[in-house]
Structures are given as structure tokens and as C-alpha cells.
Design a protein around this ligand. Structure first.
Ligand SMILES: [Zn+2]
Length: 182
């Protein structure tokens, strides 16, 4: 389970011990709650928003920053990631998406978040962004790739989709991609 072990029980605050659990190996355990404690992290979705012809990508600016980014938001507890993606599109862009397709995921350490990326197709280029969006623009596919910050998750998601690099994953994929997003 990697290096993201918790030290204390989130329910009762007791310092966790480590116990063997069948096929899982050594797992943190709360003696007081008598339960194994599995990793806790947030889940978010980000969306590569495309026009109906799939010739343009919508990028936005948010939080007073100058970088163009993808539309994104956190997945609520009990919500499917696809539903979260469509809800964010509805809330932030004021439109119903016409289609959605999974792209890929990245774990983002600084915010302890698993980011799930989708490609979302809009019914037209007309959007009605809410007040959380400072600025937005449709870019050609090539422009979009250049506009997002290098070494960002957005850049990696975009390149993955545009280069078709993720149609099938092999073992090398997992090892070689990891170093690029820190
Ligand atoms: Zn506990």
C-alpha cells in the first residue's frame, strides 16, 4: 500500500499498530476500534472538454491565476466519478455534456488526491460559465497542448489523449510515466 500510511486512527485517534492481513500483507490496525485502516485520499475528476467536431479543447482560468487549466472538481462520497464529471460540467460551464469517455488517472501527492481524467464532448461551443471561472477560450488541439503548463497533470492528460498513448498500458508505462508528474 505504498508509503501513504496513516499513523493515527481517524475514528478514535489511537496510534495505529501494524498487523498482517491475508493477501494484503502488513496493514495499519487500530487496537481500540479493532479494525484495519486502509489508505484515505481524495478523489477528483478533471475534464478535457471538446467541441462537437472534436477539433477544439476548452481551457479555463480560475482562482485569479494566469495558467490555463482543465475543468475539474472533487468527487463526492457516494458519487460515481462519471457523474461527478458531468455535474462539474453542468455547474461550471452551464451545459449538459453530450458524451463522456475515460482517459486516465494520476495520483497527485501534494493534495493526496487521485485525479481521474475524462474526455467530455459538448453539444455545441456555446457555454455559460459560472462566476468561479475567470476566463475561458476554445483552442485548437495543438494550441491547447502548448497552453497548459509543462509538467502539469493537465499537460500529461492532454498529451495522453492527443498522442493516443494510453490505448493499451504495458508494464513499462507504469514505471516510465511516474517520474514526469511530481
Ligand atoms: Zn480507532
Amino acid at each position: 500500500m505504498g508509503t501513504q500510511h496513516m499513523n493515527y486512527c481517524m475514528e478514535c485517534g489511537t496510534k495505529l499498530t501494524i498487523k498482517p492481513l491475508k493477501s494484503e500483507g502488513e496493514v495499519p490496525f487500530c487496537e481500540r476500534c479493532e479494525t484495519f485502516v486502509f489508505p484515505v485520499f481524495s478523489t477528483a475528476c478533471s475534464m478535457i472538454v471538446m467541441n462537437p467536431e472534436q477539433t477544439k479543447i476548452l481551457l479555463i482560468k480560475q482562482y485569479g491565476r494566469d495558467d490555463y487549466i482543465l475543468v475539474a472538481g472533487y468527487v463526492n462520497k457516494g458519487e460515481d466519478a462519471e457523474d461527478a464529471a458531468l455535474r462539474e460540467i453542468r455547474e461550471e460551464l452551464g451545459v449538459e455534456a453530450a458524451g463522456i469517455r475515460f482517459n486516465r488517472t494520476h495520483y497527485f501527492g501534494p493534495s493526496n488526491t487521485l485525479m481521474i481524467n475524462f474526455r467530455v464532448l459538448l453539444p455545441s461551443e456555446e457555454i455559460h460559465p459560472n462566476e468561479e471561472i475567470d476566463d475561458w477560450r476554445w483552442f485548437s488541439l495543438a494550441e491547447a497542448r502548448e497552453k497548459v503548463r509543462p509538467n502539469s497533470l493537465a499537460r500529461d492528460f492532454l498529451e495522453g489523449m492527443l498522442d493516443g498513448a494510453y490505448h493499451f498500458h504495458d508494464n513499462k508505462y507504469g514505471l516510465s510515466r511516474k517520474k514526469q508528474v511530481t
